[in-house]
Design a binder for this molecule. Sequence first.
Ligand code: 5RP
Length: 218
Amino acid sequence: MTQNELKQAVARAALDYVVADRLVGVGTGSTANFFIDALAGMKDRIRGAVASSEATRQRLEGHGIRVFDLNEVDDLPVYVDGADEINVEMHMTKGGGGALTREKIVAAVAQKFVCIVDESKLVPVLGRFPLPVEVIPLARAHVARQLAQLGGTPQWREGFVTDNGNLILDVHGLSIVDPVALETQINQIAGVVANGLFARRPADVCLLGRSTGVSTLI
Ligand code: 5RP
């Protein structure tokens, strides 16, 4: 199976977690896009969706799925999203698509986080994929110096502006042995909006696409 076929398989499997007549939170990226396309087939059985990015909002609306502002929502049973890396403790690195801040906010509201990934994303230790950090533009150089002190090599994702009007630093060369501690530490740097470690609020379920089928990690 190709990587896209694996992504499609986990996206379809995630439909089992969508609750009838309720809202579903939707992530960002190519795997989330496959989920949105699959969700379109059951759009009459859900109330609507909450989007984690403008790209996701547009794709949902393109399928005729009603998108709710998160501020109108006090109960979100499930959030479905991809990841750049995940470990067996369900800690993730996210933000390859630059949507990490809104993803983290929607995930924080959701009761259940269902992570959908192909098997290439499952790693023993996070860090091979550069860690995205969303930064207020004024603070870019300051935050980069602080991240270098933590042992990483930050690289400015030039030409990219987040949906929130901020910048992304991709931090290379980190071996993230304690994701919860590093997530907390990076959040303390003045000028950081959010970082791509999703460890304090890990996934609850991981649907892993393998050539032999979809495995569920809980
Ligand atoms: C976007 C994300 C994505 O979930 C992550 O980059 C995985 O993307 P893809 O499904 O395209 O591999 O965090 O900000």
